[in-house]
Design a binder for this molecule. Structure first.
Ligand SMILES: Cc1ncc(COP(=O)(O)O)c(C=O)c1O
Length: 437
């Protein structure tokens, strides 16, 4: 027996004394993870939503290996390099044309921190020092650093840090299954937007920006908003001179059926955060984009944006991101996305009248089955049982409490995706009934 390690790995979102021990993974390929004891697991959540085209895609692997031979890293302050310039050129073909400038960082949380700081300094640089506050939605999740946590929802994740989190204006989310104003979708005219309207009427002079996960709130429960909700947010932000930050960290890069979720609503944000899928799951990288209107307020003496991370614009991450975006150009990615969306639609339909299901929802490649639960929420008792049930059947699904979602890499074949649904079908009912006893 080997000696106990002196240094223990502290796994995220894990309670070491209660949760099962972590599964050791040896390798991965396409939609599969392979355990050290020879099991094959379908990665039906794209390893926390980062993997786009499948694990270890050879095109990205080659690009990273080639880049590692040439330039590993150089600081981006006062220096530039080919991978970051190629990535910027490549991204400019994918992102909304109105977004003209990009600030690189490390991950989704830092992309959000940058957006919040840019929004506040934008107004300061314009001589509006009073505009310092932020509006955020109920059920939001924007990351785990202090600023990102502040704009994320008040919940079990953020509760211990109440002193660290800066106060925000919290407004309703369009969570139709649990409507905050007690309406049915069929009879509503996006009435939940009224809380935003009231906040803006009362406080817009103090507000720098509103941050949203456009159309799909991820970790808060995979909540899909009506398109009109996002459109109205944009309109109100314009009317009240408040910047709109779209956090596309989850929704970007085809996840929702278009390159970015904002495009579905034909909305252009003032600032946009991207990360997760940008490198196809190879290396961490984040970025915040902004319009020329925002950028121009940062030019001139005393207007510098003093922010930068050591690994900003890392050449290996940029090379991975370029190759990842090239796959959209050289493979039939959009056909795959459409095929996943069609299969989701077909299989989800069977769950809509299930007695244990509160609501089914879908946006592009993201499918959601919200169960009825008395202890609804991330800490629902049903979650660990479902998680274990899925894993034992060779499927990685990590329900958000009572909310089961499927968010596969685009390379998943229909046989595997059908199997994922077969396992979910088996789970609902059997796991639920034992969880309740
Ligand atoms: C919408 C959104 N924003 C930001 C983040 C934070 O990203 P990261 O975990 O890379 O810091 C996440 C992570 O899930 C996210 O879903």
């Amino acid at each position: 027996m080997s000696a106990a390690p002196r240094l223990n790995i502290w796994h995220p979102f894990t309670q070491a004394h209660v949760d099962p021990p972590p599964l050791p993974i040896l390798r991965a390929e396409g939609a599969y993870l392979y355990t050290t004891d020879g099991r094959r697991i379908i990665d039906a959540i794209s390893s926390w939503w980062v993997n786009l085209h499948g694990h270890c895609h050879p095109h990205i692997a080659k690009a990273v290996a080639a880049q590692a031979e040439k330039l590993d890293h150089v600081l981006l302050a006062g220096f530039s390099h080919e991978p970051v310039e190629r990535l910027t050129r490549k991204l400019s073909r994918f992102v909304p044309a109105a977004l003209t400038n990009i600030f690189y960082s490390d991950d989704g949380s830092t992309a959000v921190e940058v957006a919040l700081k840019l929004a506040i300094q934008y107004w300061t640089n314009r001589g509006r020092r009073d505009k310092q506050e932020i509006i955020a939605l109920d059920h939001a999740y924007h990351g785990d650093t202090a600023g990102a946590m502040s704009v994320s929802a008040d919940c079990g994740f953020t509760a211990p840090f109440f002193r660290l989190r800066f106060p925000v204006h919290r407004v309703h989310s369009a969570y139709c299954a649990r409507c905050p104003v007690g309406k049915r979708r069929s009879e509503c005219v996006i009435d939940c937007i009224q809380s935003l309207r009231t906040t803006l009427e009362q406080s817009s002079d103090l507000i720098a920006a509103m941050i949203v996960e456009p159309l799909l709130q991820g970790a808060g429960g995979m909540i899909v908003h009506p398109v009109e909700f996002l459109k109205e947010i944009r309109r109100l932000c314009d009317q009240y001179e408040v910047l709109l930050i779209a956090d596309e960290v989850l929704t970007g890069f085809g996840r929702c059926g278009k390159m970015f979720a904002c495009e579905i609503a034909e909305v252009v944000p003032d600032l946009m955060c991207i990360s997760k899928g940008i490198t196809g799951g190879f290396l961490p990288l984040g970025a915040t984009l902004c319009t020329e209107v925002v950028y121009k307020e940062f030019s001139g003496e005393g207007r510098t944006f003093f922010h930068g991370h050591s690994y900003t614009g890392n050449p290996l991450a940029c090379a991975a991101a370029v190759a990842n975006l090239e796959i959209f150009e050289i493979e039939n990615v959009w056909e795959r996305i459409d095929a996943i969306a069609a299969l989701h639609r077909q299989r989800l339909a069977h769950f809509s009248s299930h007695p244990d299901v509160l609501e089914i929802r879908q946006l592009g490649t993201v499918a959601v089955i919200e169960l009825k639960a008395e202890d609804a929420g991330y800490f629902s008792m049903v979650k660990p049982r479902l998680y274990q049930f899925f894993l034992e059947r060779g499927v990685l699904l990590r329900p958000l409490g009572h909310v089961i979602y499927v968010l596969p890499p685009y390379c998943i074949n229909s046989e595997d995706l059908n199997l994922v649904y077969d396992v979910i079908q088996e789970a609902i009912g059997s796991v639920r009934s034992c969880a309740m006893t």
